[in-house]
Design a protein around this ligand. Structure first.
Ligand code: MSP
Length: 464
């Protein structure tokens, strides 16, 4: 598989809270892929951003005693700062309060209305502000408690507009079944397929009469557009004509919005469906759910400040197979930093460059020496952890070779053989630098610099 063009998106994150390791995870994955496909010659576009409307943001702003817009400005800046710290090279950071996005959303909804896909009706139901979603009774715990947010849902009754979601059920099923709309991992595809095949979809409440902080329904000044419809449309408005996405990355918490509402909206307006939706897992922290109340929220910027951005990027991608749930623990992080980065990779570089300099080896950096189809296959399948495993196999083989051949002794008895050995090792370093680039861009730059100048520099300083 080869992409000539590659549009990759992350969820746009709610600005009610600061960026944490979970947000960083999706964003780092998208960044790695954007870099990877760019290197392979694809025209790439990487879209991320912030989700700024709705009741949840309005309530958080009220609590902070500032306007929702002031609140959104503040937190969306924090996201931008965090992404800059983590070396995230997005092409567009969309904010749903951007004027052109708001206009796009209104035009889109108007089109649905004009096509006859929107009708007015009464709604009464239990609403979870945390999920920004009406809940069915059977999805709630006793006392109308939302199982995700552990908070009681609010009973809301209003005259609103509905989108004919049910009309598109068959088409969505068909798109998933035929592979036109690919959902991965397979278990997620089966899950959504079963869900869609079993239950008739209910139409979607697409407006709110009681939420002021949102985009106005163009034909009814008393209503705002449901925040999820507004948010999903970022993918279209933010990608600036670069449609459709080759890959949309999300986690399981927002799976149904993306696998059902989103394709229905696109089908209803004649846009192409995304090629692939990938659902990754959730990080727990030392085995526990990450939550403010537990006080265990991990700030990726703090970690990057101590260990370096690349160590963080490496750890999250190596530790957990993409798609599975995983755990984040600082002990484990520290272990991998010492073993994989400082020891295996750092040492290999350091000693090879030093030995090559001592032996005055003739070698010039000309970029990677070899192609690695096995690595490419893993990247194409989003098997980041295995792809890194393959690089580390090369690293460990090179270290084993050095220990076995002992160039420092070989230099004395057979300088010609030693030169060849070191040239081979330098070639390996050039290959490793190439493969590692999308994952660890800063480290790659340092590696290449060393290969060019022959001057060693510690890549991963030892921590106390
Ligand atoms: N604003 C919506 C998304 C709209 S997209 C059109 C939203 N925002 S969010 O801030 O709650 O972000 C949810 C996303 O953050 C998840 O889908 C996932 O990508 C990431 N993660 C949040 N917590 C996470 C973990 N604990 N572990 C891994 N990823 C997590 O939902």
């Amino acid at each position: 598989m080869h992409y000539g063009r590659f549009l990759v998106t992350t969820p746009i994150y709610y600005v009610n809270d600061n960026p944490h390791i979970g947000h960083a995870y999706s964003t780092i994955a998208a960044d790695i892929l954007a870099r990877y496909w760019k290197n392979r010659g694809a025209e790439t576009f990487f879209l991320t951003g912030s989700d700024e409307h709705g009741m949840k943001i309005a309530q958080a702003a009220a609590k902070a005693g500032i306007t929702p817009k002031e609140f959104a400005d503040k937190i969306s800046n924090k996201y931008k700062e965090a992404w800059s710290e983590l070396n995230i090279g997005y092409n567009n950071f969309i904010r749903t309060t951007d004027a052109d996005h708001e206009k796009f959303v209104q035009d889109f909804v108007q089109k649905l209305y004009d096509n006859g896909d929107i009708y007015p009706d009464k709604y009464s139901g239990l609403y979870c502000v945390g999920c920004e979603e009406y809940k069915k009774d059977e999805d709630l715990e006793k006392g109308n408690i939302c199982p995700v947010h552990k908070k009681e849902c609010e009973m809301i009754e209003e005259d609103i507009y509905f989108f004919k979601l049910s009309k598109y059920q068959g088409q969505i099923l068909e798109a998933i079944q035929s592979g036109k709309y690919s959902i991965e991992p397979e278990s997620r595809r089966n899950e959504i397929f079963k869900f869609l095949a079993k239950e008739p979809l209910r139409d979607l409440a697409i407006s709110r009469s009681k939420v002021e902080w949102g985009i106005q329904i163009p034909w009814d000044k008393n209503q705002t557009i449901y925040v999820w419809v507004d948010a999903l449309l970022n993918y279209l408005s933010g990608s600036k004509g670069f449609w459709p996405p080759q890959l949309q990355i999300i986690a399981k918490d927002i799976f149904r919005f993306h696998a059902i509402i989103w394709p229905a909206m696109l089908l209803a307006t004649g846009y192409e469906l995304p090629e692939k939706l990938f659902i990754h897992g959730y990080f727990t922290i030392n085995g526990q759910k990450m939550s403010k109340s537990l006080g265990n929220v991990v700030d990726p910027v703090e970690i990057a400040k101590v260990y370096g951005t690349d160590a963080l990027r490496y750890f999250v991608m190596r530790e957990v197979p993409f798609g599975a749930d995983g755990d984040f623990s600082l002990d484990r992080f520290d272990q991998r930093y010492r073993a994989d980065l400082a020891n295996d990779l750092g040492n290999l570089f350091q000693r090879t460059i030093v030995m090559a300099a001592n032996a005055k080896v003739h070698w010039e950096y000309v970029g990677p020496i070899k192609k690695f189809p096995e690595f490419d296959a893993l990247m194409e399948e989003l098997k980041f952890s295995d792809a890194l495993g393959l690089i580390w196999k090369m690293i460990s083989e090179a270290n084993v070779l050095i220990d076995a051949e002992k160039p420092w002794e070989l230099a004395k008895v057979d300088p010609a053989k030693n030169e060849k050995l070191l040239q081979g090792l330098l070639d390996t370093l050039a290959n490793i630098s190439d493969l590692i680039g999308p994952f660890m861009p800063e480290t790659q730059a340092k590696m290449i610099e060393q290969l060019k100048t022959g001057k060693p520099e510690v890549l991963f300083p030892r921590k106390k």
